[in-house]
Design a protein around this ligand. Structure first.
Ligand SMILES: [Zn+2]
Length: 227
């Protein structure tokens, strides 16, 4: 399906690596999610990251009843693009996120997230992929354009970083303070993913009601995608 291919293009994926180890699923206490992670601490961190993502969406008056499974693996393996930081598979509602211990290898040198704490980046990846999951489950029959998918995922990723970390990312890859709709396309996303994300955040912020825009995209009544 087109969405499964295009919307899961999260971050640059690299060449193939070792297969991921599996751990027993753990049911989070405060949020509807199953987590597979290598340590109890990582399970807790993951449940907290999902909880924060759910709350961010709730603040936009969007919720989901669909349970999600999150796997923390040495490096996520996209079926088509290979090793990467994370991806969401809409076929089985499963989200894979790379373990923070792998970030030094997985995040390329131009990516300003290298300067952030690994746990902060982890939270951002969960927020990003959870947004893809939620858009997939809550947009019903509406075909959400891939660039809109990535726009929404970027907004929630940037939201998750908090003000200080976000300011560092915005300073590293500056965009117009009001953002530019012309940059909401897959070409920018592929060539300059941090510019795409920063621009998404600034556009969202410059809207009178950014949440209303996101809900309109979910209903198939709005689109920012230029291609
Ligand atoms: Zn994405």
């Amino acid at each position: 399906m087109a969405f499964a291919v295009t919307a899961l293009l999260l971050f640059a994926c690299f060449s193939a690596g070792a297969p991921a180890a599996r751990a027993e699923p753990f049911r989070c206490n405060r949020v509807e999610a199953l987590v597979e992670a290598p340590t109890p601490e990582m399970r807790e961190t993951t449940c907290n990251a999902i909880g924060a993502a759910v709350n961010a969406w709730a603040s936009c008056d969007v919720s989901t009843s669909e349970a999600i499974t999150v796997r923390v693996v040495p490096s996520a393996r996209h079926p088509q693009y290979g090793e990467c930081l994370g991806y969401y598979d809409s076929r089985n509602q499963c989200l894979e996120v790379a373990d923070p211990a792998s970030y030094a290898d997985l995040i390329n040198e131009e990516d300003a997230r290298r300067e952030l704490a690994a746990e902060t980046v982890f939270r951002g990846i969960v927020a990003h992929e959870f947004a893809h999951a939620l858009v997939a489950s809550e947009s019903g029959e509406h075909a959400i354009r891939p660039a809109d998918h990535e726009f929404i995922a970027a907004v929630f990723e940037m939201e998750s970083y908090g003000e200080t970390a976000r300011a560092r990312l915005l300073a590293a890859d500056p965009v117009k303070p009001q953002g530019s709709r012309g940059l909401v396309n897959l070409g920018i996303y592929a060539m300059a993913p941090r510019v795409f994300a920063n621009n998404a955040w600034q556009l969202f912020q410059s809207e009178q009601d950014g949440c209303a825009l996101i809900r309109a995209i979910l209903r198939g009544e709005a689109s920012l995608a230029t291609r």
